[in-house]
Design a protein around this ligand. Structure first.
Ligand code: PEP
Ligand code: MN
Length: 355
């Protein structure tokens, strides 16, 4: 990491970048309000940091050992951005700002009518962003895999419905990309690209999605530690894309026999991650709990823990949903949940976990 002097010139910064590239590394340039900090991306073992420290305009140069440095809160602080807050813009919605953001919609898009009816319901309930799965990660090959599994044309048709519903209701839209072959197609249609829990470890997918430059909703794997989650997040940032929203969605539950929740919502991950990185952190109570009767309380608890928003699965008639009906709530229940979460948020105040 190279810390420039506050009065470093453009030429001096350019020289540092050029020398970094001569090592075959990439330079991540972070321009703060007062100074520029340059992160080295790649294997730093052969870099002569003492040499960099002597270059004109350089205040200091050092090797940073943490496996995630580009997304590190300390890195952001070094550039002295002051009160400027890191927010991810998705369409006209700011995630990580002062207000909680709610993403809602069906687990899977099943038909145009189903999607439109749910979209209208979640909009009325106060949601900001519309979700809907088109390529579904499923445990069994015999279950409904999402309309995208029907082929390119079916995928386009479903993506069109999502895009149209979003445009009409003025809601940005999000859907999951499950594999590299889906990236270009999905990026044509949606505002926010979701990488699901099962794909948290797929480096090639992370890199390819990052290269689209679009904002990314990145979910923690149910068996991943926080350091692992943040280390893999760095693969996205290393492509120059820091429009990343992290999402806690539950870790594997312990204990044998009857399980009372689908996963265990790790709410301590929210403040723990926020202390490490400036990236916004949200929570998905739906997949974590796997039960609709727990969504209200887990949502309130997530906002109390400092989450910048929630992703919640919704259906007007959960019993008829092809996927995850047991954890879906109705638009009316979503409205109750959002209203309560907003009250919790007002009571707690924003930006609690950042120092
Ligand atoms: C989803 O959000 O549709 C989903 C499958 O979630 P996860 O990747 O967290 O299981
Ligand atoms: Mn689901």
């Amino acid at each position: 990491m190279i810390i420039m002097q506050t009065d470093a010139t453009r030429e001096q910064i350019a020289r540092v970048i050029k020398e970094i590239k001569q090592y075959g590394l990439k330079a991540d340039v972070s321009k703060g309000a007062y100074r520029t900090v340059i992160g080295l991306v790649g294997d730093e073992s052969k870099v002569d940091f003492a040499h960099f420290a002597t270059l004109p305009g350089v205040k200091g140069a050092m090797m940073v050992e943490t496996p995630y440095k580009l997304i590190n809160r300390e890195y952001d602080k070094l550039s002295e951005t002051g009160e400027q807050r890191f927010v991810v813009k998705v369409g006209n919605i700011e995630i990580g700002g002062d207000e909680p953001i709610y993403m809602a919609g069906p687990c899977a898009v099943e038909s145009k009518e189903q999607l439109v009816r749910i979209a209208e319901g979640v909009k009325k309930a106060g949601a900001h962003i519309l979700r809907g799965g088109i390529f579904k990660p499923r445990t069994s090959v015999h279950s409904f895999q999402g309309l995208g599994a029907g082929g390119q044309e079916e995928a386009r048709e479903a993506l069109d419905w999502l895009r149209d519903a979003g445009n009409r209701l003025e809601m940005p839209v999000v859907t999951e990309i499950r594999g590299e072959t889906q990236v270009d197609l999905v990026a044509e249609y949606v505002d926010l690209l979701q990488i699901g829990a099962r794909n948290m470890y797929d480096q090639d997918l992370l890199t390819k999605v990052a290269k689209t430059g679009k904002p990314i909703l990145y979910k923690r794997h149910f068996g991943a530690g926080i350091e692992e989650f943040l280390s893999f997040t760095e693969y996205i940032a290393a492509e120059g894309n820091k429009n990343i929203i992290l999402c806690e969605r539950g870790v594997l539950p312990v204990g044998k026999g009857k399980s009372y929740t689908r996963y265990t919502l790790d709410l301590s991950a929210v403040p723990a991650i926020q202390k490490e990185t400036y990236l916004p952190v949200m929570v998905d109570p739906s997949h974590a709990a796997g039960r609709r009767d727990l969504i209200f309380s887990m949502s309130c608890a997530a906002i109390a823990a400092g989450a910048c928003g929630l992703m919640i699965e919704v259906h007007y008639n959960p019993a008829e949903a092809l996927v995850d009906g047991q954890q879906m709530i109705t638009p009316d229940e979503l409205k109750d949940t959002i209203d309560a979460c907003n009250r919790v948020h007002s009571a707690i105040g924003p930006r609690r976990n950042e120092d």
